[in-house]
Design a protein around this ligand. Structure first.
Ligand SMILES: C[S@@+](CC[C@H](N)C(=O)[O-])C[C@H]1O[C@@H](n2cnc3c(N)ncnc32)[C@H](O)[C@@H]1O
Length: 273
């Protein structure tokens, strides 16, 4: 019985991994495009906000689940390495002059122990299952005193004006887009702490995603992970959301930013597949 439960969990992980691989093969750079659109007047884009958590020199950087590598130009690094599972995302990163980048799974990093000063991971950790494997790898490759800064989707804060368009979108899609797992502050702190990473700062912020044209509506729907949704459902989601378009309309994009530090004596466990 326990075995059967485990098998179905790992089948669900595999289905998600296959969906995410197909999605990014067909939509390279989508997160960067959506984040450029969700610019906050004071903080800039969500990628700018993540970079602002690591001001000044950051030494050797590993960008985990780097996608099109939007963090490359935003950090004062001595060296940069981006790793991701999507060849289409990596090709776009290279076409934009960012890198080096390479193909690797966040759960098994092809790097020696204690070799980087900083790890960044923007909107990637929630896709990696089990998340503890990725966090353990981050702790392993970070030097003692090194920092790990990450960005994740959050449930809040949202503004009252977000409620109706978000509910319309969720109703049309039968669920507000999807993520393979929700990583809230408590779950994250536990996973990080277990690997010897101490949380230094955690913030949440709502970024405004303008909804002022049909193109904005299309971007909002296409930037969501929507496994199992039919083309008809996606069209319906666009139609519903289009009803809220005005020259000042927005959707809220709540994000969580966290910075952790590797303690001097992290529990470093080297794992190989
Ligand atoms: C939402 S995108 C974020 C991309 C980029 N970091 C950004 O902020 O624009 C998530 C990325 O995670 C990558 N990814 C998913 N699972 C992964 C894994 N197990 N190991 C490495 N990368 C993974 C995907 O290929 C995709 O490029």
């Amino acid at each position: 019985m326990q075995r059967a439960g485990k098998d179905s969990v790992s089948r669900a992980h595999d289905r998600w991994a296959a969906y995410v691989a197909r999605y990014h093969a067909g939509n390279p750079g989508i997160t960067e495009t959506a984040f450029e659109h969700a610019r906050d007047g004071a903080l800039g884009t969500p990628h700018d906000w993540l970079a602002a958590a690591l001001p000044g020199p950051v030494g050797a950087v590993l960008d985990l689940a780097c996608g099109s590598a939007p963090m490359f130009d935003r950090l004062q690094h001595d060296s940069y390495l981006g790793l991701d599972l999507s060849t289409a995302e990596l090709a776009l990163a290279r076409a934009r002059g960012r890198g080096p980048v390479g193909l690797a799974d966040a759960r098994w990093l092809p790097l020696p122990d204690s070799c980087v000063d900083t790890v960044v991971c923007s909107m990637g950790l929630m896709l990696v299952q089990p998340v503890d494997d990725a966090v353990r790898e981050v702790a392993r490759v970070l030097r003692p005193g090194g920092r790990f800064a990450l960005l994740l989707p959050a449930l809040g804060p949202i503004a009252p004006r977000d409620v109706r368009p978000t509910a319309a979108l969720a109703a049309a899609l039968r669920g507000p887009g999807s993520m393979p797992q929700r990583l809230g502050g408590r779950r994250l702190k536990a996973a990080l702490g277990h690997a010897g990473l101490t949380v230094q700062a955690m913030h949440r912020h709502r970024f405004p995603f303008p909804l002022t044209s049909p193109d904005d509506v299309r971007l909002a729907v296409s930037a969501l992970y929507t496994p199992g949704r039919t083309a008809r459902q996606l069209r319906k989601a666009e139609e519903r959301l289009a009803r809220y378009v005005t020259d000042r309309a927005e959707l809220g994009l709540p994000l969580l930013r966290l910075v952790a530090e590797r303690a001097d004596r992290a529990r470093v466990v080297t794992m190989r597949p």
